[in-house]
Design a protein around this ligand. Structure first.
Ligand SMILES: CC(C)(COP(=O)(O)OP(=O)(O)OC[C@H]1O[C@@H](n2cnc3c(N)ncnc32)[C@H](O)[C@@H]1OP(=O)(O)O)[C@@H](O)C(=O)NCCC(=O)NCCS
Length: 165
């Protein structure tokens, strides 16, 4: 019913419009956006879901960051159009991108979000991982793509410097 594809440059404005619709105004003022500024997103994992009429129904993006110096995926934003929420598309985007992330060799994923939603995918509250303020520490969640991938990884989350991909 939905076609999932890697986001291309041609998709950009439709995905931005979806995020503008789904998030509060000023979303780009959030501290997590400072980690994304000027850093290319991870294209292989940033997916767009289109319905049979070719309308964008949902999207997920990922950026690389460092956590205490360890290369880590920052998940988000993820959004599903309000008319299609609660029908499993969010879960489809989460599962497809996480499984691809594992396949292409990423170790761990970080996000800032609602634990009651992300727990179902295996995300748990991280302790000792500090997002730039102001971020509610209860919303800082992590997921291991490989067992033990968060062991010993802690500290400040900082902008990624270096080749992405
Ligand atoms: C969050 C979002 C991407 C989920 O996509 P979706 O397609 O609606 O999700 P799914 O259909 O896979 O899952 C629906 C379930 O998640 C629950 N859920 C959705 N958002 C939730 C939240 N913020 N907290 C807790 N549960 C949530 C629903 O209540 C529903 O529960 P049920 O399975 O018990 O009925 C979508 O609701 C959305 O775009 N929200 C606005 C933007 C947003 O908040 N993005 C996330 C930023 S952290």
């Amino acid at each position: 019913m939905f076609e999932l594809k890697e986001e291309t440059e041609a998709d950009w404005w439709e995905v931005e419009a979806l995020y503008d619709l789904c998030f509060a105004p000023g979303r780009e003022a959030l501290s997590s956006y400072r980690l994304r500024d000027g850093v290319p997103k991870v294209t292989a994992l940033s997916l767009v879901a289109r319905d049979p009429d070719n309308i964008v129904a949902g999207a997920i993006r990922f950026w690389p960051v460092f956590v205490g110096g360890a290369k880590t995926l920052l998940l988000g934003p993820i959004a599903v159009h309000p008319t299609g929420q609660g029908e499993g598309l969010g879960a489809l985007l989460m599962r497809a991108s996480l499984s691809k992330a594992r396949e292409i060799g990423w170790e761990r994923v970080l996000l800032v979000g609602d634990a009651p939603y992300y727990n179902r995918f295996g995300f748990e509250k991280l302790t000792g991982v500090e997002m730039p303020p102001p971020t509610n520490p209860d919303r800082v969640l992590g997921y291991e793509l490989h067992r033990g991938a968060w062991d010993g990884v802690s500290g400040m989350v900082t902008r990624f410097e270096g080749p992405t991909g």
